[in-house]
Ligand binder design. Structure first.
Ligand code: DP6
Length: 339
């Protein structure tokens, strides 16, 4: 009988977005992406795993509901973990034959465009790696579950290198800087809706790759330069540069979604109001104090410096009187605490 292994994983919110794959099975992206990993205090995934000889089949429960274990992504992750364990001889042959049970929970809306798959798969893969005592880097296995998950394996600021190898061996996440590098950096999550998105990221990306001319332009002419510039801005702690690139990249990502045929619409009127208010606030402030970014959903992630948090919270409360923005402020996750 194995012990029960429980792991908590952080979400990450991209500032240079991953959108489009060069290989759908191995989940290899067309472009590099950059994200910040948020502290687990407001949003995280929690997963427990164990393997036992008496289990008749592999099983997974998500937020208390039994789901099918036979999703290709889940199967790929488990197969790769077991292959590594066999290669590393980290567990016995018998142990590798036992079936595994997985229980996973999110404390934030699933599939509403809030990085739930990133935290979920990062958590699952790390828990399995601990169960099977796998020592090698797990970011490439997390990537097999959901592309963005490979960035949640590290704390602070993280880059996912698209790579060029067909086997994906160079498509890995690396840390740009840990959270101590820019301790004033905060993220504020504005939940504008928690219903499941109409088009999943996977399908939305596929349509964009097949139909969007703007995506081709973005990948060739915009992302490479932006990636280098935002890494520079992070290294120099240049907030206004960081914020400008973050907002431009979010806007371009959603423009690609609209340029897809049929179009994918993830932002709502509330999301557009948030974007408008942030631009007005920055204009009145005389410098860029806040950046917004939207993933494949209506919710905003605002990046801002600690000194500006109180004023921005009162602004949000003023515009959305029923909101509770102070509950959704967080710093970045540290390297030590990340998976
Ligand atoms: C908009 O990682 O969820 O959040 O690899 O198909 O599972 P799959 O997609 P996923 O896509 C995330 C897209 C994004 C941008 C980002 O996080 O970089």
């Amino acid at each position: 009988m194995s012990e029960i292994i429980t792991v908590i994983a952080p979400v990450n919110i991209a500032v240079i977005k991953y959108w489009g794959k060069r290989d759908e099975d191995l989940i290899l992206p067309l472009n590099d992406s950059v994200s910040a990993t948020l502290d687990t205090n407001i949003m995280c995934a929690k997963t427990s795993v164990c393997a036992r000889p008496e289990f008749k089949e592999d099983g997974i429960w998500l937020n208390g509901k039994k789901e099918s274990f036979y999703s290709p992504r889940l199967q790929n992750c488990l197969r790769e973990i077991k292959a590594r364990a066999a290669a590393e001889k980290s567990v016995t042959e018998d142990f590798l034959q036992w079936k595994v049970h997985v229980c996973s929970e999110n404390n934030f809306p699933t599939a509403a465009g809030l990085a739930s798959s990133a935290a979920g798969y990062a958590c699952l893969v790390t828990a399995l790696a601990k169960l099977y005592k796998v020592k090698s880097d797990v970011s490439s296995i997390a990537r097999l579950g959901s592309g963005s998950a490979c960035r949640s394996v590290y704390g602070g600021f993280v880059r996912w290198h698209a790579g060029t190898n067909t086997d994906g061996s160079d498509s890995v996440a690396t840390q740009i800087a840990d959270q101590t590098h820019w301790p004033e950096m905060q993220a504020l999550i504005l939940v504008a809706g928690d219903t499941k998105k109409k088009t999943s990221s996977t399908v939305g990306m596929r349509i964009a790759v097949e139909t969007s001319e703007l995506l081709k332009h973005r990948i060739k002419y915009c992302v490479p330069q932006r990636t280098e510039e935002i890494i520079q801005a992070i290294k120099e702690r240049d907030f206004s540069k960081f914020a400008e690139i973050t907002m431009k990249d979010s806007n371009q990502f959603h423009a690609v979604c609209l340029d897809s045929y049929p179009p994918c619409v993830y932002m709502t009127d509330v999301s557009h109001l948030v974007s408008y208010v942030i631009h007005k606030y920055n204009e009145i402030s005389g410098s860029i104090k806040v950046a917004y970014t939207f993933d494949a959903g209506p919710n905003a992630c605002l990046y801002l410096l600690e000194k500006d948090v109180p004023q921005v919270i009162s602004l949000i409360r003023h515009i959305f009187p029923s909101s509770n923005p102070d509950k959704f402020v967080t710093g970045l996750q540290s390297k030590e605490e990340a998976l």
